[in-house]
Write a protein that binds this ligand. Structure first.
Ligand code: CP3
Length: 347
């Protein structure tokens, strides 16, 4: 019986995250599924974001679209960081152009206690979608993901997107027992959500702490790191490599590694060589400025070459943008970037 995972052993992505030698620098893009692709906009026509995440056929198709178009080295599961909250019954929606909006923001211990823990029975459509994807993807690894406790807490406490995360941090500083309960609750939900994806065949996971850059190192270490560490530890126990990413986290990169990451995701503001010094003996992922795809191709590829060269000093390097693909990105330019990275000689 051929093992379906045999093809994956040769995957440059999995080799790089484990710090093994690679034939080329592997590349994928955060937010590669969706937004910028015409075939995505067509298939999503008239279907709400969260409804599409709960439809396995749509999830499979949308996840595969960028793999087909770009030939990237990894697929990222099409879902959202707030989907598991929706699945356990939190009243929320994802509004186009805005993001997640929560009907009744969390303020008290009773509000936290009212959020159920996630079990596989809440998300049967996720297991189906991941299982079907893994058989379609064959040699291309699937990255599962979840939101980190701080970033998910921000949506629950603010009730929607926030620039300063003021209500969230007010809870963190002023109501430590509510904060601790909320972070524990989300950590449990995110860990369980990752476990469902890995059990169904995801080869790696990424924990998105997109808004952690709002925190000082001290507050990150005291109020956030222990909770993210619990999620990453549970993922580690499942035997898959863990990527840990945030935006504006230059001064948190060392701590984000210490939280239990095999790979630290780096946004574009920190030069990759500095990031590598900060994370020490771990792999890195990143970090081309997402707006460079709007530059002339030779300018974009010259900058991409700098990122690849800098990445060679790391234990392993996965090429990515420093944050998600912007909605107005030209897919042809992303295709050129993919081909450039994959054919860049490492010899
Ligand atoms: O390729 C992929 O990465 C696809 C899967 C994916 C989505 N969201 C789909 C999505 C992933 C990994 C996410 C993660 C996510 N969701 C994060 C962390 C990553 C990051 O960007 O920092 C965050 C903070 C969210 C919360 C969220 N969901 C926001 C801020 C938004 C943007 C609102 C908008 O319209 O720009 C969403 C909606 C969302 N999630 C869309 C997609 C494709 C757009 C909705 C649509 O197409 O209708």
């Amino acid at each position: 019986m051929p093992d379906p995972h045999d093809d994956l052993r040769q995957s440059a992505f999995l080799q790089a995250v484990r710090g093994e030698p690679v034939s080329h620098t592997p590349v994928w893009f955060m937010r590669q599924a969706g937004r910028s692709l015409p075939e995505y906009l067509a298939i999503r026509e008239g279907v709400g974001m969260l409804d599409s995440c709960m439809d396995p056929a749509l999830v499979v198709e949308i996840t595969l679209q960028p793999v087909r178009r770009y030939g990237v080295d990894a697929a990222i599961f099409f879902s959202d960081i707030v989907l598991p909250l929706k699945a356990v019954g939190v009243d929320l929606d994802i509004k186009p152009g805005i993001g997640p909006v929560v009907a009744k923001p969390v303020r008290t211990l009773a509000d936290v206690a009212a959020i159920p823990d996630l079990t596989p029975e809440h998300v049967p459509f996720i297991s189906t979608a991941v299982g079907n994807l893994v058989s379609e993807l064959r040699g291309t690894p699937l990255i599962g993901f979840a939101g980190a406790p701080f970033t998910v807490a921000s949506y629950l406490v603010e009730g929607g997107p926030s620039k300063d995360h003021a209500k969230t941090k007010a809870m963190m500083f002023g109501a430590p027992e509510v904060w601790d309960a909320l972070m524990r609750k989300i950590a449990g939900i995110s860990a369980a959500y990752l476990e469902v994806q890995v059990a169904a065949g995801a080869s790696a996971v990424q924990l998105f702490d997109s808004w952690a850059g709002a925190l000082t190192p001290r507050d990150y270490r005291e109020h956030v790191l222990p909770h993210s560490a619990r999620v990453l530890q549970r993922a580690g126990e499942l035997g898959v490599p863990r990527i840990h990413f945030g935006v504006g986290t230059s001064n948190l990169l060392g701590l984000m590694g210490e939280a239990g990451a095999d790979v630290v995701g780096v946004d574009w503001r920190t030069p990759l060589d500095e990031a590598i010094t900060r994370v020490g003996d771990r792999a890195v992922q990143g970090n081309l400025d997402p707006t460079l795809v709007f530059a002339p191709t030779d300018v974009m590829t010259a900058r991409a070459a700098e990122v690849i060269e800098a990445g060679r000093a790391a234990r392993g390097h996965v090429f990515n943008l420093g944050h998600g693909v912007l909605p107005s990105t030209d897919p042809d330019q992303l295709k050129r970037l993919t081909e450039f990275v994959q054919s860049y000689p490492l010899g």
